[in-house]
Design a binder for this molecule. Structure first.
Ligand SMILES: Nc1ncnc2c1ncn2[C@@H]1O[C@H](COP(=O)(O)OP(=O)(O)OP(=O)(O)O)[C@@H](O)[C@H]1O
Ligand SMILES: [Mg+2]
Length: 377
C-alpha cells in the first residue's frame, strides 16, 4: 500500500488546442443563434487560462463543448495530438468542476470524492482525498451528506471532486463564486498551488477580474462568442487589442474620450476637447486630422498643478476621493461630456473646482478606431 498523495504517474500535462470552434444553437421555430463564433486557443501543457467576459458571451458553452457535454457545430478540439470533439465525454479524460451540484445524495462527501477513484482502483485514493480536502478547508465536511451543505460548501466539494480525479485537462466554471470573500482568496491561492503541483492544463471561467489576474498564466477575453484577446495579464492590461478589452479589463475603468490626431515633426498628439489640450502618443500610423477614440488608464494619468504648457489636458477637479492606498480625482474637460478619472498617490490631495493638468506617458495613450474599436498603432 502506498501512502503518497502524489498524482498517479499516468497523468502527464497535455496541451489543449481549440481551432475554429463554433456553436450554433437551433431551436424549432426560432432563428439559429451563434453562441460561439470561431474560437482559436492554443493552451500549453500545464498552463492555467482564465476565460473572462460578460454574461452571455459564450464561456460556459465553450467549456461544455470541450467537456463533451455539448455537441460541436464545427471546428476541432485537441488534447495533445488527439482529436476529441466527436468523443463521448467519458472518453476525453477531462475533469469538470462545473456540475456544481451533481453529487450523489446518499453518499457522504468523502464517498462522493472517493467514488470513481475506487472504481478505477487508484492507489492512495484515501490520502489524496484527505490532503485535497484539507487544502480546500473542507475536511470538516467529509462525513456530511450533500443535502446539508451550503452552496459555498457544495462548490468546494465539486472543486475537490474535479481535482482528486487528477485529470490532464481541468475545466472550472466559476468555481469560487459562492464563497465568501476571505475563503475565496484562500481557496483561490490553494487552487493555484495545486494546479502547479499537479500540472493540470486548466481553464477557469470567471467574472472576477482580480481572480482572473491572480490565477491565470494567460487570459482569454471573450465578447459575443469571439476571443477578443489572448495574452498574459500584463499584455492584456498594457497592450489592449481593442476598445472592448481596454474597457473590460482594469479597475477603475479606462478613460475613453474623443480626440483628433495631429502629427508634426515626427510626433503624434491627440487633441482633446475644445482647446483643453493634448496628449502625446506613440501611435505612428494614424493620419493627421483623424478623429479617434482615446483610451488612457486612471493609473497612467498624472495630475499636476502646473499650467498646460508643454502638453497635457487642462481639467477641473469635480470630485476627489481618498481611498486607502490611492486617491481618485474625477475631473471635467472643457467642451466634453466625458470627464477623466485620475488615480493619484495616497499622499496627494485635490479640491473641487481646482484647475489642474492631466498628462500620461505617450506609450500609455491608446488610440482606437471610432467605428470598429480596433486599436490604431
Ligand atoms: N441550450 C441553449 N439553447 C439556446 N441558446 C443557448 C443555450 N445555451 C446557451 N445559449 C445562449 O448562448 C449564449 C452564451 O451562453 P453561455 O451560457 O455560454 O454564456 P456565459 O458566457 O457562460 O454567460 P454567464 O457569464 O452568464 O454564465 C447566451 O446568449 C445563451 O442564451
Ligand atoms: Mg456561464
Amino acid at each position: 500500500m502506498t501512502t503518497t498523495t502524489e498524482p498517479p504517474a499516468t497523468t502527464t500535462a497535455q496541451s489543449l488546442t481549440l481551432t475554429d470552434l463554433v456553436k450554433t444553437y437551433t431551436a424549432r421555430g426560432r432563428e439559429s443563434f451563434a453562441a460561439v463564433k470561431g474560437i482559436n486557443l492554443d493552451i500549453a501543457p500545464g498552463e492555467l487560462v482564465a476565460l473572462l467576459g460578460p454574461s452571455g458571451c459564450g464561456k460556459t458553452t465553450t467549456l461544455r463543448m470541450i467537456a463533451g457535454l455539448e455537441t460541436v457545430t464545427s471546428g476541432s478540439i485537441k488534447i495533445g495530438d488527439r482529436e476529441v470533439s466527436q468523443l463521448p465525454a467519458a472518453k476525453r479524460g477531462i475533469g469538470v468542476g462545473f456540475e456544481s451540484y451533481a453529487l450523489y445524495p446518499p453518499l457522504s462527501v468523502r464517498d462522493n470524492l472517493l467514488y470513481g477513484l475506487k472504481a478505477r482502483k487508484v492507489k492512495g485514493a484515501e490520502q489524496m482525498v484527505g490532503s485535497i480536502s484539507a487544502r480546500l478547508e473542507m475536511d470538516d465536511l467529509l462525513e456530511l451528506r450533500p443535502a446539508g451543505l451550503s452552496s459555498g460548501q457544495k462548490q468546494r466539494v465539486a472543486l475537490a471532486r474535479a481535482l482528486v480525479r487528477n485529470p490532464p485537462v481541468l475545466l472550472l466554471d466559476e468555481p469560487l463564486s459562492h464563497l465568501d470573500a476571505a475563503a475565496r482568496q484562500r481557496v483561490r491561492r490553494e487552487l493555484k498551488i495545486l494546479q502547479r503541483e499537479f500540472g493540470y492544463t486548466t481553464i477557469v471561467v470567471t467574472h472576477d477580474q482580480v481572480e482572473a489576474l491572480s490565477l491565470a498564466d494567460r487570459l482569454a477575453v471573450m465578447d459575443a462568442g469571439v476571443v477578443q484577446q489572448f495574452g498574459t495579464p500584463d499584455e492584456v492590461f498594457d497592450d489592449p487589442a481593442n476598445l472592448f478589452v481596454a474597457q473590460f479589463v482594469g479597475e477603475p475603468a479606462i478613460n475613453v474620450v474623443r480626440g483628433v490626431v495631429r502629427t508634426s515633426g515626427g510626433t503624434t498628439r491627440v487633441e482633446i476637447g475644445s482647446r483643453a489640450g493634448h496628449l502625446e502618443t506613440t501611435a505612428t500610423d494614424v493620419p493627421d486630422g483623424t478623429e479617434v477614440t482615446v483610451g488612457v488608464r486612471p493609473q497612467d494619468c498624472v495630475l499636476s498643478t502646473d499650467a498646460a504648457g508643454a502638453g497635457g489636458i487642462s481639467v477641473t477637479v469635480a470630485y476627489f476621493e481618498h481611498l486607502l492606498e490611492f486617491g481618485l480625482a474625477t475631473t471635467t474637460v472643457a467642451g466634453m461630456e466625458e470627464g477623466i478619472v485620475v488615480q493619484t498617490p495616497a499622499q496627494d490631495s485635490f479640491e473641487p473646482e481646482q484647475q489642474v493638468v492631466v498628462t500620461a506617458p505617450p506609450e500609455r495613450v491608446y488610440l482606437f478606431d471610432t467605428d470598429t474599436g480596433q486599436r490604431l498603432r
